[in-house]
Design a protein around this ligand. Structure first.
Ligand SMILES: Nc1ccn([C@@H]2O[C@H](COP(=O)(O)OP(=O)(O)OP(=O)(O)O)[C@@H](O)[C@H]2O)c(=O)n1
Ligand SMILES: C[C@](O)(CO)[C@H](O)COP(=O)(O)O
Length: 230
């Protein structure tokens, strides 16, 4: 499994890169790795180059740590270069530290059942509108051009699971960039299937997300805490 954790967390705005932000005495990255303890997985963590040594001291010895790149896709490729040769490879954001084990199991089961690329996703709850910059002098307002049919939309999470062949194909162009690995797979014609995600697999992206994450830790009521080393 590859854990991209080399982002800087611009939208979060903390003084340290997002994976190294404290969540109740453990970093985001440590909590993410803790949550994998019951899974049979070889773990490669990808961190900013100047934090490789720090990550090695903070993580269990069996975790391989490598330096990432400028974009998420570059970091994933760096991780793949150090990953064990498994038939199924998962890519999972460090920034989703509370992802329940059941989501990993759903993704892996779907790949085992014959799908080459599988992602967890949730229905979209909000009404979605497409906008353009208003050109009628209405100041900061944007102009709605249409309301999007949300019934066919899914908000996609990680872990994303692939056959080794499909993920290698997705990353064969080593300059390919996308916000997720499934996006690269789609581009090369790999069918991507969606299984149910979980609200606890939310990504810590903004200060609001960090606040929720700290509440989750303080309440200690999330399922991954059951039987998992904290
Ligand atoms: N060059 C990068 C960019 C992102 N990531 C990782 O990819 C995951 C999802 O990325 P995101 O949440 O967008 O993280 P950041 O890029 O850090 O966020 P921002 O865009 O706000 O800077 C995170 O675990 C992040 O550390 C990475 O390994 N290497
Ligand atoms: C991989 C990802 O977390 C799936 O939702 C997401 O695409 C990462 O990119 P973002 O730009 O941080 O949303």
């Amino acid at each position: 499994m590859v854990i991209p954790a080399a982002g800087s967390g611009v939208r979060l705005g903390e003084p340290v890169p997002k994976a190294f932000v404290d969540l109740g005495g453990r970093t985001v990255l440590q909590r993410c790795v803790d949550g994998l303890a019951t899974l049979d997985a070889d773990v490669v963590v990808v961190v900013p180059a100047d934090l490789v040594d720090a990550a090695r001291t903070q993580l269990p010895d069996h975790v391989v740590v490598v330096a990432g790149g400028a974009h998420r896709s570059d970091s994933v490729r760096a991780g793949l270069g150090a990953a064990a040769h498994r038939d199924i490879v998962l890519v999972h954001d460090a920034a989703r530290p509370f992802t329940p084990v059941a989501v990993f199991e759903r993704v892996v089961d779907a790949v085992r059942s014959g799908h080459r690329a599988v992602v967890p996703g949730l229905p979209v709850a909000d009404t979605l509108k497409q906008v353009v910059v208003a050109s009628d002098g209405s100041g900061d307002c944007e102009l709605v051009t249409r309301t999007v049919d949300r019934e066919s939309l899914r908000a996609i999470q990680t872990p994303q699971g692939f056959t080794r062949e499909a993920l290698a194909l997705a990353h064969a162009d080593d300059s390919g960039l996308a916000t997720d690995d499934a996006g690269l797979a789609e581009r090369v014609g790999v069918p991507v299937h969606v299984v149910p995600g979980d609200p606890l697999a939310f990504k810590i992206t903004t200060p609001w997300d960090l606040r929720i994450a700290r509440d989750v830790v303080a309440e200690g009521d999330h399922p991954i805490h059951e039987g998992v080393t904290r």
